[in-house]
Design a protein around this ligand. Structure first.
Ligand SMILES: [Zn+2]
Length: 121
């Protein structure tokens, strides 16, 4: 199974969660994404993941990702990449240690795929 297939399986699994599937981009988010372009948005995502999710110790874990204000925040809630507890519960990524490069790339790929699908709606 390649990376793209495993990402689609996870996204399909998430789509069956009432809570996760309730998140969608609003018109304002879509316009922002269009205006900035995907590469810039993904550089913001990289920054959020590095600062708010990757460290071994996160004092405000569970509260570090706002519910609105940036398309990536919405994507993080929709894909259960919002905090380390959700990353553990949904993606089996262990808590209390720094994220590996591979894990960061997996999270970024999930976010990017979700955003792309959402923009096509
Ligand atoms: Zn969470």
């Amino acid at each position: 199974m390649n990376n793209e297939q495993s990402i689609n399986i996870v996204l399909d699994h998430l789509a069956h969660s009432k809570f996760r599937s309730s998140f969608h981009l609003k018109e304002k988010d879509k316009n922002y994404l269009k205006e900035k372009g995907m590469p810039i948005i993904m550089s913001h995502a990289d920054d959020f993941i590095t600062k708010r999710l990757a460290p071994a110790v996160i004092p405000n874990d569970g509260k570090q990702t706002p519910m609105r204000g940036h398309p990536v925040f919405i994507a993080q809630h929709a894909t259960a990449c919002c905090c380390r507890s959700c990353l553990y519960k949904w993606h089996k990524i262990p808590m209390h240690r720094e994220l590996t490069m591979e894990e960061k790339n997996y999270i970024l790929a999930l976010i990017k795929t979700w955003l792309t699908k959402e923009m096509e709606k």
